[in-house]
Write a protein that binds this ligand. Sequence first.
Ligand code: IFM
Length: 454
Amino acid sequence: MGFPEGFLWGAATAAYQIEGAAQEDGRAASIWDTFSHTPGKVLNGDTGDVATDHYHRRQQDVATMSELGIGAYRFSISWSRVLPEGTANQKGMDFYSRLVDELLEHGIAPVATLYHWDLPQVLEDAGGWPERDTARRFADYAERIGRVLGDRVHTWTTLNEPWCSAFLGYGSGVHAPGRTDPVAALRAAHHLNLAHGLAVRALRGVVSPSAQHSVTLNLHHLRGEAEAVRRVDAVSNRVFLDPMLGSGYPADLLDDTAHLTDWSFLHDGDAEIAAAPLDILGVNYYSPTLVREWDGVSPRAHADGHRPGAATPFVGCDDVEFAEQPGPHTAMGWPIDATGMEELLLRLHREYPHTPLMITENGAAFDDVVDDDGRVRDDRRVAYLRDHIAAVERACQAGADVRGYFAWSLLDNFEWAYGYSKRFGLVHVDYTTGERTWKDSASWYRDTIARGPS
Ligand code: IFM
């Protein structure tokens, strides 16, 4: 086996996607509550009000994790549940405290993400991520939750996929808060980098010294015409990788976006803050992305199922579009190609050496159904997971320092702008009754963890 000793096998979720209980026990609204309640933003008018009802089914879900045999569970904390309007909410804190205790009782390491896209609405009303003060507020939140859970959490992750928060939230507007302002997107990206660094510093001051500190990025594994690849790489990957891993913003990114902004929101000392030392870089990988020069005439296609003709999330790349990729595809329309995973890990190993990696999300949506005999025969997900885990193993054998793999997702859940129409879970959720049903992929993952993949 090519996996190192102590490799962590896990599953991941996020607060807004699974918890529900949106108005319970003192939780305040986040930008996703507002966005999902705005007509036309989420498919079928779905909201996360109930989601998978994990808030009430926490113990059942932890028991499922235990049966799966996972060694770690990656979840996110809802900022607006624990600090609604900025003051601590004991009931919210207690929910996560109990979750962490139950995980530990089952021998599962808690991997806590502070921010998986659900900014408290009150902070968006004050300007959101384009405003510098939001970074300071994030560090305050990190310190407060660190004081509560810091003796028990194994790994802290500051942000999940800040690219989505900045560029889908403020650039293309397909995510909350739904703004379409390229300069606001760049400002948001910078303040997320700053928030990350401030939060790592704050956490290190209050949590157990043995805890690991990380961030999770959804890196675009780009293929296609060289100049298009370079431009998109700058504004989707290196805009976070370089400042967080210590080399500051790439010069080509500053050049490519100079017609939009002079970056005066970047202050002296910010680079040092964003580069707070990390123990792990979390990597989310689903599929590769193919880019090419845009002819400037035909409606421009965007990656990740973004509407053709919509504002581009790749600000500063006005002459780039996304090329259709050959199948097979998942239900998201994303091409299935595990070689991208291996190539991405090896690139990171080459270009950012000495940074241990962890696959914090990988998985696929398919149109799963519960058959009459109660089984969910999701053999395409089994094949997807098997091939991607094999790609991780090859990367390890080639020298990449990968410490763990988390399947996305433990449960079917609220898939953002797609609502409940896309199912990524190892476990099927009936959204009418809340009933959980293991898919074949869950049994396969359990057996694979038990046996050790080969
Ligand atoms: O569901 C999301 C998750 O919240 C972030 N990463 C990608 C997943 C699938 O789209």
